[in-house]
Structure formats: C-alpha cells, structure tokens
Design a protein around this ligand. Structure first.
Ligand code: TZP
Ligand code: MG
Length: 204
C-alpha cells in the first residue's frame, strides 16, 4: 500500500506569486509523500496543465499524485487518485468511472460520513478540519474525540486536515492516522523545503 505521509494540498493563493512548480518540488525534496492538486480559482485548462506537470514531478520523487474534484482531469493526467467532498459526485460513481487502480478519497467530518465512505468504496478519508483554518472558510470542525471515534470504527486510511501546525499535532499523532494534509503551515512559509524536513521528523 502506498504511503500518504506528509500530504500537501496545493493553493496558488497561498504561494502569493512564487513559482508554483519550484515550491512543490521543494516540498517533494523535503520528503512530501502525497501532493493533491486543489486550485479552486483555476480554469479547466490551467488545472489540466498543472495536473500533467505535477504528475511528472511527483513521479520523479516517487510520491503520490491526487487530483481534487476533477475526475476527468485525474484520468487524463494519469493521477494516482482523486479526492472528492460531500457535495461532489458520490464515491460509488467516482469508483465506477476511475476503476479499481485509482485511489478515491472522500472528505468527512463525522463518524456517520466516515462509515458511509467506507461502505461506498472510498480508499481513504480526509478528516477535518481538525483545528481552526483560514484556508477553507466553510470547513466543518472535527474534535480529536471524533477523530478517535472514526479511527476505532472505520478501518480505512485516515488523512487529517485543517489547521495542522507543527506545534498542535501531538494529539493527532496518537490517533493512528496515515497522513497529515497541510496547506498554509507549509506552503505559506518562505523555506518550504526546510519546513517539510521539520514535519517529517515530527510525524515519524
Ligand atoms: N479541507 C478541510 S480544511 C482544509 C481543507 C482543504 C484547508 C486546510 O488548509 P490549512 O491551511 O492546512 O489549514
Ligand atoms: Mg470538492
């Protein structure tokens, strides 16, 4: 099984005009194991171009590449997976389109959604927002208690997301999760590479 590990989710807005591919490559050099392309303001053409380039870049570093929302672009770019939310195409339909070789991730924020995710064939769940975040303003908040309950009741890989910082993840580390998804605490830093190195030693 592939490792989710340190999982970055892209957001060009947070990069504030810095070179997109250099920033992601710095993160990959720093040990990121999964990159999710999530660009809410990109056109279809921009999104596809980024997907094709990130596919190549992630391959070079032996990392997983996951596309947010766009099942079609995940297929065209030969991504390892696609990630959808509660209001996107239901996981069972996504699975029927992408086939068994592509990972499908679903965002959940409670035990019920997590159980349904597994029943419908999700390969992993993104659980959050674990802490306050200004990156996704409509994110529902999830307590550590709920994360523990999801862990004990739903046996698929869990990626925690939302407001994760180097100094707040200790309680999450105790919950036997498989991935740490981060946007601003890594991509918002000047030195992305050295920030990733700190995260890798923190989560191991
Ligand atoms: N889904 C739930 S919270 C979130 C997403 C995409 C944003 C996470 O961003 P940050 O900056 O790591 O809090
Ligand atoms: Mg979505």
């Amino acid at each position: 099984m592939k490792e989710y590990g340190l999982y970055i989710v892209t957001d060009s807005k947070i990069l504030e005009g810095r070179d997109f591919y250099k920033c992601i490559e710095d993160a990959l050099k720093g040990g990121v194991k999964t990159v999710q392309l999530r660009e809410k303001y990109a056109t279809g053409a921009e999104f596809l171009e980024k997907a094709i380039k990130l596919r190549e870049l992630t391959k070079k570093y032996n990392a997983m590449f996951i596309v947010n929302d766009r099942v079609d672009i995940a297929i065209i770019s030969n991504a390892d997976g696609v990630h959808v939310g509660q209001s996107d195409i239901p996981v069972s339909y996504v699975k029927s389109i992408v086939g068994k070789d592509m990972i499908v991730g679903l965002s959940v924020s409670n035990v019920e959604e997590a159980k349904i995710a597994k029943e419908h064939g999700a390969d992993y769940i993104g659980v959050g927002a674990m802490f306050n975040t200004s990156t996704k303003l409509d994110a529902k908040s999830v307590s550590i208690e709920t994360l523990k309950n999801i862990r004990s009741q739903v046996d698929i890989p869990i990626v925690a997301i939302g407001g994760l910082q180097l100094d707040n993840i200790d309680p999450i580390k105790k919950c036997d999760i498989q991935g740490y998804a981060v946007i601003s605490a890594i991509l918002g830093k000047d030195d992305i590479n050295s920030e990733c190195t700190k995260w890798i030693s923190k989560i191991k």
